[in-house]
Design a protein around this ligand. Structure first.
Ligand code: ZN
Length: 158
């Protein structure tokens, strides 16, 4: 690999450039962490518009609800605000332990899980109605987990 500071070719797997002494591993990992955090946020955000819940009524076609529709809309808007604010928090400040990433990713996953189970309980009160998770739920979770993973990449002690 090539040192970003002096441009010399150096062997991989070292933390410091042997020529100029610049830190390598942390900046490479920092970039990767940022890419994973941004990708996770974009996936979670786009997933807000995909079917979060699939509702099947006895004898009728199943319907799907995204987090931006009906009663779920408030939670969808809260999640969008958390994602946008979370990206800004992750991009600013020192955050060398990736704590901000863990908090943002954790909150995103937590809200998605609470929404799924709350609405499952609320909507499937009658035995004729079944409620299951849609692709939107899984993608919001995937994005949240990616943001948590980006925190692990950012944490210099891990
Ligand atoms: Zn160098």
């Amino acid at each position: 690999m090539r040192c970003n500071n002096c441009g010399n070719d150096i062997a991989g797997g070292v933390n410091f450039c042997p020529v100029c002494g610049a830190t390598l591993q942390s900046s490479e990992k920092g970039k990767l962490s940022l890419i994973v955090a941004l990708a996770g946020s974009v996936v979670s955000f786009l997933a807000l518009f995909l079917p979060f819940l699939k509702i099947s009524l006895f004898y009728s076609e199943s319907q799907s609800l995204s987090l931006m529709s009906g009663n779920l809309r408030t939670d969808g808007l809260i999640l969008s605000a958390i994602l946008v604010g979370g990206v800004l928090l992750i991009l600013t400040g020192k955050n060398s332990k990736g704590i901000r990433n863990f908090v943002v990713g954790g909150i995103v996953c937590f809200i998605a899980l609470v929404d799924l189970f709350n609405n499952k309980g609320r909507l499937s009160a009658g035995s004729l109605i079944t409620v299951s998770a849609g692709i939107g739920f899984y993608l919001v979770m995937l994005g949240g987990i990616a943001i948590i993973v980006s925190g692990v990449l950012r944490n210099k002690n891990m």
